[in-house]
Design a protein around this ligand. Structure first.
Ligand code: HEM
Ligand code: HEM
Length: 212
């Protein structure tokens, strides 16, 4: 058994799944106070993930996500397991990070034209806010397609005999390898809580008061 995912990467992934589900439904239903509060928490989570990509465990490193095309193609054909994301999976991870940040940043610039406006709307032109709203509506569909492809890929690996989900729950893989360098996940949770507190203090007071 080799430890491949630290406690933060595991928690990050499942919090991300829950966060995006809540944001999708609250957005569609127009429950915008909840949408804003969870949006701010997800922003803090994603910023923490990027910081952890610089100071975190080897398998969390952003630098481990960039590979030459020939390794990406080889990874698609290969049946062997990889410590951390394999080169093909890394592309998916980078696409997710990009799409999620586009969704978050466009949300900060979006208004429902009635009661709620993202905190950056006050600083931009009406046309830019309209454009950001169009991006916010369009990008969610692209994100949903990426999620569908992601889940199909995980199922395909399972059919090939590779269970990727178990390591993302337990942290450990049955792959035999020299252990990658791990950092303590709680450090990242502390960073997350600090960033979340600042974002909620600066932008979150109105929606938090409306919710509680
Ligand atoms: C909202 C839906 C989802 C999103 C946005 C999402 C996003 C991501 C991201 C960003 C990563 C990279 C983790 C990192 O290094 O930080 C990842 C990895 C992973 N996800 Fe998801 N995910 C979603 C749903 C799921 C579901 C439902 C499953 C299980 C059935 C799953 C299984 C996995 C696995 C196994 C990995 C690790 C892949 C590897 O070993 O390289 N994901 N996902
Ligand atoms: C990854 C994070 C996010 C996701 C997945 C998401 C998703 C959604 C969805 C699905 C809708 C409904 C769109 C429609 O009716 O077609 C929506 C609407 C909206 N979102 Fe987000 N959102 C996110 C982040 C944010 C953030 C951070 C803010 C601002 C703080 C925000 C502000 C808004 C606003 C103001 C609307 C209403 C737009 C309207 O009525 O036209 N969103 N969002």
């Amino acid at each position: 058994m080799t430890k491949v995912w630290d406690g933060f990467i595991r928690g990050f992934h499942w919090l991300l799944v829950v966060g995006i589900a809540v944001l999708y439904f609250s957005g569609e239903e127009g429950w915008l106070d909840l949408h804003f509060v969870v949006g701010y928490l997800l922003l803090a989570l994603m910023i923490t993930r990027i910081i952890w990509g610089i100071i975190g465990s080897d398998t969390a490193k952003l630098s481990s996500l960039f590979h030459r095309p020939k390794y990406i193609l080889a990874a698609l054909k290969s049946k062997s397991q990889h410590v951390g994301h394999n080169p093909a999976g890394s592309i998916m991870v980078l696409i997710f990070f990009l799409l999620i940040f586009i969704q978050l940043i466009s949300g900060l610039m979006t208004t429902d034209d009635i009661l709620m406006e993202g905190p950056l709307v006050a600083y931009i032109s009406y046309e830019l806010a309209e454009f950001a709203g169009d991006i916010h509506h369009l990008n969610i569909d692209i994100l949903l397609i990426a999620i569908a492809i992601h889940i199909i890929a995980i199922v395909m690996y399972r059919i090939k005999g590779i269970n990727l989900v178990k390591p993302l729950v337990t942290g450990k893989s049955n792959i035999e390898s020299t252990a990658p360098k791990m950092r303590k996940g709680w450090v990242a949770y502390v960073i997350f809580l600090l960033i979340a507190a600042v974002v909620l203090y600066v932008w979150g007071q109105e929606p938090l008061n409306a919710l509680f």
